[in-house]
Design a protein around this ligand. Structure first.
Ligand code: NAP
Ligand code: MG
Length: 498
C-alpha cells in the first residue's frame, strides 16, 4: 500500500519556487506576482512560487510554436517512438506516485488515497494514449470521378491547456496524453490554487530528458494569466476544464483572436434517480452517498440531485443518514478518513453560503450536516460535514446552481416520466444515473436523459477508453478514448487526379 512521503514533500515545498515556469526545456522565473499556496486541512502556507505575466505566455507560445513547426517531435521522431517515450513517462509517474500524491493532498486537501488514484490515472492515460500513437488512421474516400481521394489526420499544432484545482493530476492526464500522442506541442496552466503537483510533474518530465525542448511548457499564475493563452494567435487550440462562466469567456477570446478550436469541460448539476425496483436498495443508497461525498463533493459530475421514488423515500433518507453517521471527515492523510478538506477558504465560504441559502428555502429540510467540522485537529481546516437537504424541489437555488461541495439535495417523485423530466430540467447535462431492475426501463431512461454520461446501477465510472463530457452548458466535445484524438487532430482531404 502506498504511504505518504511527508518529509520529502515538505522539503521540496520549502524551497521557494522562483523558477516555476517551464519554457523551451528550461526552468525560468516569471515576471508576475509571487503567490502562496495553502494546505486547506491546516490553513498553513505550504510553499510559494512566482507567476507568469503576459510576456512569459508569449515566450511559451513561441517556444511551442517553434517546437511544433521545426522541432523533431512531429517529424523526426516516429509515431511508434512517441509511444515508447510516453510509456517511459508513464513508468516514471508511477515511480513518483507517493511523492506526487503527498504534494497533491497537502495542496488540495483531498484524501491521500484519492490523490494516489489520481496519479495512477495520469500514468494510465499516458499508457493508454501511448498505444494510440501508431493507430491514428486516415481514410480513403469513395468519391465520384477519376480521383484518388484520401484523408490524413494531422496534429492541430500548439495546444493551450487550462485545468481547475479539483483534479490537477487527473486533468493533466486527460489533456497531456492525447495531445502528445497526436504529435502536438503544448502549454499547460494549472489553477493557481493547486499548482505544485504539476510543477513537480514537469520536473519529472525535465529530469527524464525524453521530450524535445518546447514540446511541453508549464505556466503558473491566476486565471487572468490563463486568458493570455486563450487570446494568443500562436495557439491553435484551447482545451479547458473549469466553470461554465469562464468557458463562455473563452469562446469570446477565441472569436476575438484567431478562432482557435475549443474543447470545454464545464460545470454540472447531475441527477441520480433511485427507483423503488433498484436491484439492491442498500447498495444503491451506499453508492449514491459515496459518489456524492467522495472527493469532498468537489467533482463536476457528482450526483448532487438525488431523485427518489416516493415508495422508497423513507428507506433511502434513513439509509443516507446512517451513512453520514459513519462517515469520517478529517485529516486527509489518516487512512480512516472518508472526506478531506475543501480546497480553500474562499471556496469553503461559498459552500457555507449555499448551505445558508438551503436552510432558508421554504420547503427544504436539513437531514444532516450543514455545519463546519471542527473535531480533533480540524479546527483550522476547511472541513464541512456531509450535508443533505430533503423534501426539496427542483426549482430551488440549491437544486439548480453548482455548489461544488458536500451538499446533496433529495427530491421525491412518483412516476418515471416525472423523474426524467426533472432530471433534464437543468442548464447542465454532464453525468446522470439511475437504479432499476427493469430492463425495458434501462433503455428508455438512458435514451431520455440529456447528459453526456449515464450510469446504470453504479454511479461514477471512468476510464481512459470511455468518452467523458457533457450536454448543454456542461461543455463542448468529448475527452478520452478515440474522441480525444478527434480533438487533437484535424482532417485533411487530399485529391489526386489520375
Ligand atoms: P474556473 O474558475 O473556471 O477555473 C478553471 C481554470 O481556468 C483555472 O486554471 C483558472 O485559473 C483558469 N481561469 C480562470 N479564469 C480564466 C480566464 N478568464 N481565462 C483563462 N483561464 C482562466 O473553475 P474552478 O473554480 O477552478 O473549478 C471548478 C469548476 O470546474 C466547476 O464548475 C466544475 O464543474 C468544473 N469542472 C469541470 C470538469 C469537467 O470535466 N466537466 C472537471 C472538473 C471541474 P485560477 O484557478 O488560477 O484562477
Ligand atoms: Mg492549496
Amino acid at each position: 500500500m502506498a504511504a505518504p512521503k511527508l518529509e520529502c514533500a515538505k522539503e521540496w515545498l520549502r524551497e521557494k519556487r522562483t523558477k516555476a515556469l517551464y519554457i523551451n526545456g528550461e526552468w525560468k522565473q516569471g515576471h508576475g506576482i509571487e503567490m502562496e499556496s495553502i494546505n486547506p486541512a491546516t490553513g498553513e502556507v505550504i510553499g510559494t512560487y512566482v507567476c507568469a505575466d503576459e510576456k512569459d505566455i508569449e515566450e511559451a507560445a513561441k517556444a511551442a510554436r517553434e517546437a511544433f513547426d521545426h522541432g523533431p517531435w512531429r517529424t523526426e521522431i516516429t509515431n511508434r517512438e512517441r509511444g515508447v517515450i510516453m510509456r517511459k513517462l508513464a513508468d516514471l509517474i508511477r515511480e513518483h506516485l507517493e511523492e506526487l500524491a503527498t504534494i497533491e493532498t497537502m495542496d488540495n486537501g483531498k484524501l491521500f488515497t484519492e490523490s494516489c488514484e489520481d496519479v495512477t490515472n495520469v500514468a494510465d492515460f499516458f499508457d493508454y494514449y501511448a498505444g494510440w500513437t501508431d493507430k491514428i488512421y486516415g481514410e480513403t474516400n469513395p468519391v465520384n470521378g477519376d480521383f484518388f481521394s484520401y484523408t490524413r489526420r494531422e496534429p492541430v499544432g500548439v495546444c493551450g491547456q487550462i485545468i481547475p484545482w479539483n483534479y490537477p493530476m487527473d486533468m493533466a492526464g486527460y489533456k497531456l496524453a492525447p495531445a502528445l500522442a497526436a504529435g502536438n506541442c503544448l502549454i499547460m496552466k494549472p489553477s493557481s490554487v493547486t499548482s505544485f503537483s504539476l510543477i513537480r510533474l514537469f520536473e519529472i518530465f525535465d529530469e527524464s530528458g525524453l521530450l524535445p525542448k518546447g514540446v511541453v511548457n508549464l505556466i503558473v499564475g491566476k486565471g487572468s494569466i490563463g486568458s493570455y493563452i486563450t487570446k494568443s494567435p500562436l495557439v491553435d487550440k484551447a482545451a479547458f476544464t473549469g466553470s461554465t462562466s469562464v468557458g463562455k469567456q473563452l469562446v469570446h477570446d477565441s472569436a476575438d483572436s484567431n478562432l482557435k478550436t475549443l474543447s470545454l469541460e464545464l460545470g454540472g448539476k447531475s441527477a441520480n434517480i433511485i427507483f423503488d425496483d433498484a436491484p439492491d436498495m442498500k447498495w444503491a443508497i451506499e453508492r449514491s452517498f459515496v459518489a456524492m461525498f467522495s472527493g469532498k463533493g468537489e467533482k463536476c459530475s457528482e450526483p448532487t440531485r438525488l431523485f427518489v421514488q416516493r415508495t422508497c423515500y423513507e428507506e433511502v433518507c434513513n439509509g443516507l443518514v446512517e451513512m453520514a453517521k459513519n462517515w469520517k471527515v478529517g485529516d486527509p492523510f489518516d487512512p480512516e478518513s472518508n472526506q478531506g478538506a475543501q480546497v480553500s477558504k474562499e471556496h469553503f465560504d461559498s459552500i457555507m453560503n449555499y448551505i445558508e441559502i438551503g436552510k432558508n428555502e421554504d420547503h427544504a429540510k436539513l437531514l444532516c450536516g450543514g455545519d463546519r467540522n471542527v473535531e480533533g485537529s480540524n479546527a483550522n481546516g476547511y472541513f464541512i460535514n456531509p450535508t443533505i437537504f430533503y423534501d426539496c424541489t427542483n426549482d430551488m437555488r440549491i437544486s439548480r446552481e453548482e455548489i461544488f461541495g458536500p451538499v446533496l439535495v433529495v427530491i421525491p417523485f412518483d412516476t418515471e416520466e416525472e423523474a426524467v423530466a426533472m432530471a433534464n430540467d437543468s442548464e447542465y447535462g454532464l453525468g446522470s444515473g439511475f437504479w432499476t431492475n427493469d430492463v425495458a426501463r434501462t433503455q428508455r431512461v438512458a435514451n431520455a436523459l440529456q447528459a453526456g454520461m449515464v450510469f446504470i446501477n453504479r454511479y461514477g465510472c471512468y476510464d481512459p477508453a470511455s468518452p467523458f463530457g457533457g450536454y448543454k452548458q456542461s461543455g463542448w466535445g468529448r475527452e478520452c478514448g478515440s474522441r480525444s484524438l478527434e480533438l487533437y487532430t484535424k482532417a485533411k482531404a487530399i485529391w489526386y487526379a489520375h
